[in-house]
Design a protein around this ligand. Sequence first.
Ligand SMILES: [Zn+2]
Length: 94
Amino acid sequence: MEKPVIDAHDVKCGFCSALLEPSTDPKFKNGYACPVCGNADEFDNILAVVGEYVEDRTADKVLRQMSDTLACGNLFKVTPKPVPKKVYRFVIDL
Ligand SMILES: [Zn+2]
C-alpha cells in the first residue's frame, strides 16, 4: 500500500504533522496510521475529516477577507470573534 494522498496532497496527522503510513492493524480494511502517535483510521474516515478541515479553512479565509474589506472602508467596526480552533485528527497542506 502507498501513502495516502488526497488531491495530490500528502495526508498528515493533525496532532504531530507526521505523514501517515499504511496501518498494519487488522481491524482496518484500508487504514492509515500516524507512525509517531498511533492516530489511525479507515481511509474513508480520514477523507471525511480532511474534507471538513478543508471546508473550515476555506470558510475562515473568506470571513477574514470580508472583515478586511469592511475595515478598510471604515464604516463598520468589525471585531471578528475568535473562533475556537478545532483539532482535526487528519490534515493536508493547503
Ligand atoms: Zn501523530
